[in-house]
Design a protein around this ligand. Structure first.
Ligand SMILES: NC(=O)c1ccc[n+]([C@@H]2O[C@H](COP(=O)([O-])OP(=O)(O)OC[C@H]3O[C@@H](n4cnc5c(N)ncnc54)[C@H](OP(=O)(O)O)[C@@H]3O)[C@@H](O)[C@H]2O)c1
Length: 349
């Protein structure tokens, strides 16, 4: 099926990755009827973006203002702007005839009328969409695929996740802020005999570790941590899943890391765990005892990297794993494109 596809938020970090993926994607897997149509704020409207694919070589696309009427004629819209935009423009897009909106924002994720899908974990939920499919939070996306295969094999009793999240999880402005803060810390360090603190409006990204991502909720968790918990339960169809999370921002540009402790209902041996993880086409297992994945390895790559796989000797039937992935790809852009491809294959566009 040949599709007319638009990207809302095309000038942002996720939008940029989407464009790069669309340039590489083979037309036999995802056939575009025309170059993708790009939308942003009125600030970006008129900007020209180069697009070079096999079907549309050396093309220049002009970014359009995201007025609803500009979305007319599209089959699919990938929305990667923010919650306010999702709330306002998604219903408009559907009213104007867009057959599927894939939304990477959190706005629709927990809506019971909207499937929340990570391709490779719960593709079957694509089938009941009513116009919108939500993609998960970046830290949930790389967690859910290992959890899914391990849950199917051994049954999960409890999960403890600690995240180490890069600043690109908060978009382009946060990456620019980390770089500018880093320069200022360096100057301050040279001038003030080692001081590494600088004046910033919020918590300092550079040379710091921040145990708070997004705002605090009444129960003491942050919104980010609560997303990991509730989204995992929804995608695993396990509303009672015992799972807890501490989400931490670290001064990394791209690539989220997670230390995950999982207790199983049944017994297992380490070789079985490794072969179950290897059975997932989305996972790359690092099972050499002295090798371990890091964000610098994962950034720009498509797999979810799983390493440091070991028995937790403090509890029966438990393991520790270390999971690293490119948050812009696995956590947003790659999943969004895979959702379009899967929905098309399943006759749901
Ligand atoms: N970053 C991640 O790792 C990640 C992972 C999962 C999901 N997401 C979700 O993906 C979305 C985009 O994230 P990002 O990191 O790419 O953010 P970003 O770099 O800040 O980009 C935001 C994009 O949204 C556009 N935009 C903002 N307000 C708009 C409006 N009123 N109308 C139309 N376009 C508007 C911006 O356009 P201008 O350039 O014109 O301002 C820009 O293209 C967010 O909803 C985020 O929650 C991000």
């Amino acid at each position: 099926m040949s599709l007319k596809l638009g990207i809302l938020g095309a000038t942002g970090k996720v939008g940029g990755e989407l464009l790069k993926l669309l340039e590489q994607w083979s037309p036999s897997e995802l056939d575009l009827a025309e170059p993708p149509r790009l939308f942003g704020t009125s600030r970006s409207a008129g900007k020209k973006i180069k697009f070079n694919s096999v079907k549309f070589p050396n093309t220049e696309i002009t970014v359009q203002d995201s007025q609803p009427e500009n979305l007319k004629g599209l089959d699919v819209l990938i929305s990667c702007a923010n919650g306010e935009v999702s709330e306002k423009l998604t219903p408009e897009a559907i009213r104007l005839g867009v057959k599927l909106v894939v939304d990477t924002d959190s706005f629709y994720r927990m809506d019971p009328e909207v499937p929340l899908v990570t391709v490779g974990a719960n593709d079957e939920d694509i089938d009941w969409h009513k116009g919108i499919i939500a993609g998960p939070n970046c830290s949930t996306a790389q967690l859910i695929i290992p959890l899914k295969v391990l849950n199917d094999a051994f049954g999960i009793k409890r999960v403890v996740v600690n995240t180490y999240q890069s600043v690109s999880g908060a978009g382009k402005a946060a990456m620019d802020e980390l770089m500018s803060q880093s320069k200022r810390v360096q100057e301050s360090y040279e001038q003030s005999a080692g001081l590494q603190q600088i004046r910033v409006a919020e918590d300092q990204f550079a040379f710091n570790v921040i145990p708070k991502i997004s705002k605090f909720l009444d129960n003491g968790y942050t919104k980010e941590e609560w997303k990991v918990i509730t989204e995992s339960r929804k995608m695993l169809h396990s509303p009672e899943l015992k799972i807890t999370c501490t989400a931490v921002r670290v001064p990394v540009l791209v690539g989220h890391s997670e230390s995950i402790n999982i207790e199983f209902l049944s017994s297992f041996n380490l070789n079985q765990v490794i072969s179950v993880l290897k059975s997932s086409p989305e996972i790359q297992v690092w099972d050499h005892p002295e090798m371990y994945p890091m964000p610098v390895d994962a950034a720009g790559t498509n797999p979810i990297h799983v390493g440091r796989i070991r028995i937790d000797e403090s509890a029966p039937n438990a393991i520790n794993i270390w999971v690293v992935a490119d948050n812009l790809l696995i956590g947003a852009a790659l999943n969004a494109i895979r959702l379009v491809v899967k929905a098309s294959e399943r006759g749901k566009i």
